[in-house]
Ligand binder design. Sequence first.
Ligand SMILES: *Cc1c(COP(=O)(O)O)cnc(C)c1O
Length: 425
Amino acid sequence: MRRDGALVLEDVPLAVVAERYGTPCYVYSRAALTHAWCELDALLAAHPHQICYAVKANSNLAVLGVLAALGSGFDIVSVGELERALRAGADPKRVVFAGVGKRHDELERALEVGVGCFNVESEPELERLDEVARAHGRRAPVALRINPDVDARTHPYIATGLASNKFGIPVSAADAAYRRASDCAGLEVTGIACHIGSQLLDVQPFADALARVLELVDRLASAGMRLEHIDMGGGLGIRYRDETPPTAADYARALLTGMSGRGERLLLEPGRSIVGNAGLLLTRVEYLKQGEDRSFLICDAAMNDLIRPALYSAWQDILEVAPIPGAPARRVEVVGPVCETGDFLGRERQLSAGPGELLAIASAGAYGFVMASNYNSRPRAAEVMVDGDAMHLVRERESLADLMRGERLLPGACGSATPVGSISL
Ligand SMILES: *Cc1c(COP(=O)(O)O)cnc(C)c1O
């Protein structure tokens, strides 16, 4: 939103955020986050349900804390995400533990804190979980993640419901896996899970996947295995450019239609659709470099801060924070300082900004900071959450000391902690 031409998030001018906390800086809106979660929750009110926000989309403690306070559950894929969720106030019973490669220690910790469900992705994982649970005198609540083999029609790197990828148990093997699971003394079979991909722009694949899952659920019931919940994963797309994703209402309607008349609780694991458009990346232009056939706006944010454009050729809108009235737009490539040709944030954009000016890269709340790295020894960005007219630093910018924390020179090497400016060779 703009006020007198300048971008504001809630009631905070982005220029003020940049001045206070520097750039690059991720900025999230508490109101947007809250709205997205509450809207979906309300739309599902007619059926017993639980939203388990997918922590991997944005795992900042403040984000998790806002959602936990609303009553959200969490979908986690590692013990690191589990500890974050707990620290943010999550109720462990509302946590589902997904992922194809859960380690022994991760299963132990999740059992110890009493997560609500383990979404198991293979028979070897079933066996391991059964063993761990029995060793601790526990029964682990289990859902099997089924691969319904539907085409999510999204980017191949984020399609997860096809027979050809590593996720889930194929429907054809599911009956046997359920029988196996129900014979395990350490397991209590409670549900079924699936997740067919991310950034879906159509509700039909969700409806198709649900229909396949329900067929299986009914078959299992007639064999005496009654499930209590159906977890349809995440994957609802958002608008980055000119896409027309289903609205939350379309999405909820499709799922509730499929579930109508049924008693199983519906679980959902949305990530991107909750946080994606609740955040942006703020960056400052360092240089305008005129190339032979194109110009480059070289920013202080780079692919290490936001990798989606480089990784998936993703398009995210780039806005001038305080455009100078009347300044002519030129066609530019928006790039960072990292030593990779693929280090771009946006290609062929019409922008008037020059050195020193601020840009906001929109729709960066999901799969932004969480995918950041220290490549080129760049400290990771600060994260800020605005709330009305208040702004809160929710993660400090990394320091140069943070960059080298835990590293060591070999014994006898002549490194030094000499302050910059007095380096001697
Ligand atoms: C990534 C993932 C999600 C979240 O996906 P979004 O597209 O961000 O909604 C949910 N469940 C599982 C199992 C996932 O791997």
